[in-house]
Design a protein around this ligand. Structure first.
Ligand code: AHM
Ligand code: MG
Length: 298
């Protein structure tokens, strides 16, 4: 099912076409590259390779005017002024390999994509579409736009030329009854109010935490529940970045009937200040996010 917006469709065509190549390149790229990114984190060879492939593919899309990733200091000009007018271009922000610390332990990882109709850094309200690829036992791609959320399986075409995509779920919504939870960070580093919330959630839900946001969020989308990378005592802004991680994930979960929060209100209302700015992120079934805000909100 193609997205009605041709630029959005072309961006996700490019992401899907790149996914098998990224996947195939991972076995030889599990080592550190020796560099640090703008967030001060060490970068693996796999992060750099995914960033390079996706950067080339996405900036080549007609209608993409600006591009930035977690691994790049600043947005690059891809041709065309970015805005929300009829002939304006979009800005695309990506996390090329989310959860790449799972590369050494061979666990799930993903690619996160946000398509904005405003210059970066942009508000989540400026997203026209968002999606992610999950490199699990199967490669899947979830795409959300105004119309809703769909999940596809992405495979290399049998003749080796391009990819085959099949929609497995055309209108994804969070199950009404939540089942799973997964929270990042160390428990002693959680503020007391979040610890109390976590204790209450533990009584009702089953722990599922794999250390890659995309994998953990996909469990919430599939089974219902709540994912959080909370504000920490040592890092009140948490770990995850607004442009590449929190905004696209919040957009997807909200389009699927769930809710998002930074602790006080929807992630989509967080004021964008810097490309690499961080934010606490809480997403899941609305009732669980309401309880979270009651527990940790000001
Ligand atoms: P990354 O984009 O550098 O991989 O960092 C983000 C990842 C998320 O996928 C995940 O939720 C979180 O970091 C896990 O962090 P931790 O290892 O502290 O639990
Ligand atoms: Mg990430």
């Amino acid at each position: 099912m193609a997205s009605p917006d041709p630029t959005v469709a072309a961006v996700f065509d490019a992401v899907a076409a790149t996914a098998p190549e990224i996947r195939a390149a991972l076995p030889g790229r599990r080592v550190e590259s020796g560099t640090e990114n703008a967030s001060g984190e060490s970068v693996l060879a796999g992060d750099l390779y995914a960033d390079e492939l996706l950067g080339d593919a996405i900036t080549a899309v007609d209608g993409v005017g600006s591009f930035v990733s977690e691994e790049r200091e600043a947005a690059v000009d891809a041709g065309g002024a970015v805005g929300n007018g009829p002939s304006d271009a979009y800005a695309v922000a990506i996390d090329p390999l989310d959860g790449s610390s799972n590369l050494r332990s061979n666990n799930a990882m993903g690619t996160v994509v946000g398509v904005y109709d405003a210059p970066l850094p942009a508000s989540g309200r400026d997203l026209v579409a968002a999606g992610y690829v999950l490199y699990g036992p199967i490669t899947t791609m979830v795409v959300a736009d105004e119309a809703g959320v769909r999940e596809e399986v992405v495979e290399r075409a049998p003749d080796g030329d391009g990819v085959e995509r099949s929609v497995v779920e055309g209108d994804l919504t969070l199950p009404a009854t939540p089942t799973v939870y997964g929270f990042g960070g160390r428990v002693p580093d959680w503020p007391a109010d979040f610890r109390a919330y976590a204790r209450a959630v533990e009584d009702d839900l089953k722990l599922r935490y794999g250390g890659a946001m995309v994998g953990d969020v996909n469990q919430v989308l599939t089974y219902g529940g709540v994912f959080a990378y909370p504000a920490l005592r040592s890092a009140p802004e948490g770990k995850l970045r607004l442009q590449f991680e929190a905004n696209p994930i919040a957009y997807i979960i909200e389009r699927a009937g769930g809710a998002s929060s930074d602790g006080t209100g929807s992630i989509l209302d967080v004021e964008p200040e810097a490309v690499h700015q961080r934010t606490p992120l809480y997403v899941g079934n609305e009732e669980l996010i309401d309880r979270l805000e009651a527990a940790v909100g000001d």
